[in-house]
Design a protein around this ligand. Structure first.
Ligand code: LAN
Length: 752
């Protein structure tokens, strides 16, 4: 068993030790046949607890009865686990404001002890494999209760028809999803002849087997030694040695791709492979449709199943790869160059580890970095142990089982929206909600990033002082819209009578100084950094499964968030950097106009899709006084949304819109979150025909349950065009915002 902490919990956040008891998988995986992963039917869901350590979330399984008694399950734990919760029936609301109150009654119960709202952040199906394969190759023990619930999650999420897995939970079966999740199931102890595995394997083979996997899957399988390195397209670390002025130098790439490329390049260069085990030998037969011994690995570098090939490699990249494989590697690449590249890549990985205390940017680069440090420093080094501890913060337990989140949580982001929902309903001064809001404010106070990273320029990081991350300050990557939403929430509360000033002016100015760095020459704002190269860099996109991944882009969502934060700040501090702020806003709104599509909507990159971004764009326009009646842009935006309203008053966009760039209806009918986005947009733009708005509001109210909650519907978020991601708290924050806005804007109107 893991170390016990004071509560008696099996504490996987403590450094892991080798242990001989049967409750945990032995860390000695060298003899797979002798020691098998323990796996059960299911765990006792009554024993799971969410530990919230100042915004660091991890799920703990209490095997000890005494410990379980001393640490009872909270309401939020039970809700997340899908266990019955006791939330009282509330009086049926007769107006939107009462519906907000009922919603808040429920949502308040989900606030975690440190003051934030957490939730699952699943959806992508390639993240759990990153963690589990990294554990396997670094001989990290997997507790039986993790193994069991990982199995349950993947069984629950297997495609009911073909038994495979896709890029994300709603996506069609792909080689990427199936080859990697099949591997995970084998690692956690599922037998190859289990009916679920037999079915998945048949589907995988039908799709061509693992030789048809995209680059990232081939890379992981090569690290495991299940595939040979020759099947992996080159990722030479010496690219990091290019001088900064070189247009394709990796420091110019989008932060996520450069953080993934670092460890990828390090291990590719070393051609490192895990120690061979019986499982690895067996997977060599299970994952491939061909006879493993006869595979011509190099000939399959570019083999890919069409379903995985969302963004085919360009002829330019194929030519570059050909030159690297046939000329650079065998003829020109000296050991000295390779070594220098590896050393610099490792140095950058170490800086990332230091800057995030080994949590790392997200769920792909973190596990990859774990393996790199294992290779460089060995199994028991501090870096490897710390990585192992922090990996738990990326996992999420729910009724279906254990999954991997897209980041180490959504803490700051959802907390900011929760505060704003109360503000939009005009309830910040209501003493009923003060304790909840106070805790939320304290959380944001604690989570503000107070310093830039050490050696910022050396590791190519962006100014971040005064900002907020999407998740927490440990991760510490400020994002333009996360800084903006958190800042707005702090200003709103601190300017409300009865709330203290926890964040003083200097710290507010730090946030503004950082925000002002985000504008691009076009006027728009991107996510983590202003773009460092043009979109032509996409010709080097090697990932195949994602689009718009190589550089930063301008986003209506991010641009709007910054505009509204700056406007709010400006109202309260009219003297600070006045001219720059005015100019920033003017240019940003101009850019928003240029980004409007001919049909009147805006393309969304982080939420699905036109509905989400159109809400932001109309808010931007409204912030400078442009609404339906005086702006052609706002008018066309409204008309676009109205043209998509469904008979029942709701909106319902399908995730495929993100892939195709065309509005597509969701087959399952109206969704509350999308309906909320659309009516917020129409209200921001002062759309004159209230009937449309009222029908949307009515739909949201009708879908509210008698205890105040809304139920989960289709997936809400997206990244890189093809991969969907869940934002379960949106069904609270945006519905509440829509209802609250309506109540304040049209206090005399009735909808029921
Ligand atoms: C996120 C999550 C938050 C999101 C918003 C703040 C909503 C957005 O407005 C700006 C971009 C940002 C920060 C964002 C970027 C990409 C992320 C980190 C993710 C969608 C969560 C997971 C995703 C990350 C790239 C997953 C790893 C996969 C790779 C392709 C590297």
């Amino acid at each position: 068993m893991g170390k016990k902490d004071v509560t008696g919990a099996s504490s996987d956040t403590q450094p892991l030790e080798k242990s001989s008891t049967k409750k945990r998988l032995s860390s000695d995986l060298t003899d797979q046949s002798a020691k098998r992963q323990r796996i059960e039917e299911r765990t006792d869901h009554g024993r799971w607890r969410m530990r919230d350590d100042k915004g660091r979330q991890s799920w703990v399984y209490l095997e000890d009865d005494e410990a379980a008694k001393h640490w009872p399950q909270s309401f939020a734990d039970k809700y997340f686990l899908g266990l019955p919760v006791t939330a009282p029936e509330l009086p049926r609301p007769t107006n939107p404001l009462d519906a907000v109150r009922n919603g808040l009654e429920f949502f308040e119960k989900l606030q975690l002890p440190s003051g934030h709202w957490g939730c699952e952040y699943g959806g992508p199906m390639f993240l759990l494999p990153c963690i589990v394969i990294a554990w396997y190759v670094t001989k990290t023990p997997i507790p039986w209760y993790y193994a069991t619930e990982i199995k349950n999650y993947l069984f629950a999420r297997a495609n009911p028809e073909d038994g495979g897995w896709g890029l994300h939970i709603e996506g069609e079966t792909s080689v990427f999803g199936t080859s990697l999740n099949y591997t995970v199931l084998r690692i956690v102890g599922v037998d190859a002849d289990h009916p679920v595995m037999v079915k998945a394997r048949a589907t995988l083979h039908k799709m061509g087997g693992a030789t048809h996997a995209p680059h990232w899957a081939k890379w992981w399988l090569a690290v495991m030694g299940v595939a040979q390195w020759d099947i992996v397209n080159p990722t030479p670390p010496e690219l990091w040695l290019l001088p900064d002025w070189v247009p394709i130098a990796p420091w110019r790439w989008w932060i996520h791709i450069r953080q993934v490329f670092l460890p990828m390049s390090y291990l590719w260069s070393k051609r490192w492979q895990a120690e061979e085990t019986e499982l690895i030998r067996s997977l060599r037969h299970e994952l491939f449709a061909e006879d493993w011994a006869k595979i011509n690995w190099a000939s399959h570098r570019n083999t890919i199943n069409p379903r995985d090939n969302y963004h085919p490699k360009t002829w330019v990249l194929n030519t570059v790869n050909w030159c690297l494989v046939n000329i650079w590697n065998p003829v020109l690449r000296t050991r000295a160059i390779a070594q220098k590249g590896e050393e610099w890549a490792m140095k950058l990985i170490e800086m990332e580890n230091e800057n995030t205390d080994h949590a790392d940017l997200a769920t792909v680069s973190g596990p990859m970095n774990t393996v790199c440090l294992y290779v460089k420093e060995g199994p028991d080094s501090y870096a490897v142990r710390r990585h192992r501890e922090r990996a738990h913060e990326f996992l999420w337990m729910k009724d279906e089982g254990l999954l991997a989140n897209g980041t180490n949580g959504v803490q700051c982001w959802d907390t900011a929206f929760a505060i704003q929902a109360v503000m939009d309903a005009g309830l910040t001064e209501d003493p009923r909600w003060r304790p909840m809001l106070m805790k939320a404010l304290e959380f944001l106070d604690d989570q503000q990033i107070r310093e830039n990273v050490k050696d910022q320029d050396k590791c190519y990081r962006q100014q971040r002082k005064g900002g907020w991350a999407f998740s927490n300050k440990d991760q510490g990557y400020a994002v333009s819209d996360c800084v903006s939403e958190a800042l707005k929430s702090v200003i709103i509360l601190q300017k409300t009578p009865g709330f203290p000033t926890l964040i003083d002016d200097r710290r507010i100015f730090d946030a503004i100084d950082t925000l002002l760095t985000y504008q691009n020459p076009s006027g728009g704002c991107s996510s983590y950094e202003p773009p460092r190269a043009g979109t032509w860099m996409e010709v080097l996109n090697a990932a195949e499964v994602f689009g718009n991944i190589m550089v930063e882009y301008e986003y209506p969502e991010c641009t709007t968030a910054v505009v509204t934060a700056l406007s709010l700040f400006h109202k309260h501090w009219p003297e600070y950097r006045t001219k720059e702020i005015d100019r920033f806003i003017e240019r940003a709104v101009k850019w928003i106009k240029t980004a409007q599509k001919p049909h009147g909507g805006w393309y969304g990159s982080w939420g699905i899709c036109f509905t989400y971004a159109t809400m932001f764009a109309l808010e931007s326009l409204a912030s400078v006084g442009e609404t339906y009646k005086n702006s052609e842009y706002a008018k066309r935006g409204c008309e676009f949304l109205i043209s998509k309203q469904r008979e029942d008053g709701g909106w319902s966009e399908h995730y495929r819109a993100c892939e195709t760039g065309e509005y597509i209806e969701h087959p399952s009918g109206s969704q509350v979150v999308m309906t909320a986005w659309a009516v917020i947009a129409l209200m921001k733009a002062d759309y004159p025909n209230l009937e449309h708005i009222k029908r949307g509001i009515k739909l949201i109210m009708d879908r509210q349950q008698s205890n105040g909650e809304w139920l989960q519907e289709a997936i809400e978020g997206v990244f890189n065009k093809s991969c969907m991601i869940s934002y379960p708290n949106y069904k609270f924050t945006f519905t509440l915002k829509a209802l609250g806005m309506f109540a304040r804007k049209y206090p005399t109107e009735t909808v029921v």
